[in-house]
Design a protein around this ligand. Structure first.
Ligand code: 13P
Length: 259
């Protein structure tokens, strides 16, 4: 991680934790993290929609400096979109980060680059920060097509967005074969791909935006491998799935610099 970019450690809870469990884990996490941790890293948690209001209330009433995140949203302001949640609704809950284009949304729910680009724009319009997810399948990696995939996801995801706004965003490089499998990319591989992703941002938005944007690694990040991944030059944080469901494990990842 370059000194000028503050790392962002994000917990993506996926479809886990009801709102009672959510309150409990946030309180446990708050006992384990201290000012030094929040000074060294930004920390966000991304609970399911049904938990957001409860988690917001705990974070604000107990003054816990963990930032609230969402896992996705629609791109329209409102309308007849049964089951969807708008960026304006999230903004009202003081949500700061919204994951956009997670591989599970792309693969299971058929989200494509054009829709993801519309969501990135909608999130930015509501003064929240998109975490744009990109990553290749194992087949693409084996066919030497990983970089091609990342490049097209970044180019399409950032289409029509100004350089300033791009520089404030977060990209999460999550190789699909490493998600939930326990197969982490090696630190060298993760570094190479995050550096490549940064180069793609530079091609789209210039060197300044590429140097400023934060690029997270995601895919089986655990307390044991967090330090070796997060100390790589172009890795500015982690998007953590399974290990973020346990306050102890997640706080150990946030404290990676102490390992
Ligand atoms: P795991 O950490 O469980 O592999 O999940 C990664 C992920 O998909 C985070 O968005």
């Amino acid at each position: 991680m370059a000194a000028s970019r503050k790392p962002l450690i994000s917990g993506n809870w996926k479809m886990h934790m009801n709102h009672f469990e959510a309150i409990q884990i946030v309180q446990t996490l708050s006992y384990q993290l201290d000012e030094n941790d929040y000074g060294a890293c930004d920390v966000s948690i991304h609970p399911p929609f049904t938990d957001l209001r409860s988690v917001q209330t705990v974070l604000e009433s107990d003054r816990i400096p963990v930032l609230l995140g969402a896992q996705h949203c629609h791109f329209e302001e409102k309308g007849a979109f049964t089951g969807e949640v708008s960026p304006g609704m999230l903004e009202k809950l003081n949500v700061k980060y919204v994951i956009v284009g997670h591989s599970e949304r792309r693969e299971v729910f058929g989200e494509e680059d054009e829709m993801i680009n519309a969501k990135v724009k909608a999130v930015l319009k509501h003064s929240m920060t998109p975490i744009l997810c990109v990553g290749e399948t194992i087949e693409e990696r084996e066919a030497d097509k990983a970089q091609e995939k990342i490049q097209s996801q970044i180019q399409n995801g950032l289409k029509g967005i100004g350089k300033e706004r791009i520089s404030s965003m977060v990209i999460a490089y999550e190789p699909i074969w490493a998600i939930g499998t326990g197969m982490t990319a090696t630190p060298a591989d993760a570094q190479e791909m995050c550096a490549f992703a940064r180069g793609c941002v530079k091609d789209v938005a210039g060197n300044a935006a590429g140097d400023t944007i934060r690029i997270q690694y995601g895919g089986s990040v655990k307390p044991v491998n967090a330090a070796e991944l997060l100390t790589q030059e172009d890795i500015d944080g982690a998007l953590v799935g399974g290990a973020s469901l346990d306050a102890e494990n997640f706080s150990r990842i946030v404290k990676y610099r102490l390992h």
